[in-house]
Design a protein around this ligand. Sequence first.
Ligand code: DGI
Ligand code: FE
Ligand code: FE
Ligand code: FE
Length: 187
Amino acid sequence: MEREAALKLVKEQLTEHRYQHTLGVMETAISLANQYGADVKKAELAAIFHDYAKFRPKEEMKEIIVSQGFPTDLLDYNSELWHAPVGAYLVEKEAGITDSDVLDAIRFHTSGRPGMTLLEKIIYLADYIEPGRHFPGVDEVRDMAKENLDRALLKAVQNTILFLMKKNQTVYPDSFYTYNDLVKNRG
Ligand code: DGI
Ligand code: FE
Ligand code: FE
Ligand code: FE
């Protein structure tokens, strides 16, 4: 699917603010894909669709998680996690995207997972550092992303977990598994 067609589909699903965030993720993901030798068209498509399900009703997301056999432990954690796997499902069903690399990058963009692919890493990181993001530590991760993708990703995952813990929020186990995997494999 071409960029303009994909953007049109996504715009209908999102608020203006979230759409602007999506454009930022798209530009950042393309730039990271060029820098680190990933498939640029896949990065563009995954970035455009990554938050496709962000505003679906919780009941609909819950129903999809159960009926599609997605990990039901997700339901015991923050509902903010649900739009990632549900998005992968709906993007295939409603937008006809079938590329499993693209769908997995959408599926794992919030929690990450051990053994992330290059494309998954790029989408996770682009989501974190796109130009519209303004939170403590984001500039440090932006700088790291220019030098070393895995180090930047580790910092982003670490910051996310720390942020949740400081607010006494639960942390989904896959986020910890992602963190451990990146620490074990850091160069
Ligand atoms: O959808 P975005 O806001 O662009 O970003 P995202 O999909 O990376 O994260 C959405 C939210 O999910 C964010 O507010 C933090 C939260 N989150 C990320 N990892 C975890 C988490 N929440 C819980 N409870 N546990 C996690 O591991
Ligand atoms: Fe998201
Ligand atoms: Fe994220
Ligand atoms: Fe996002």
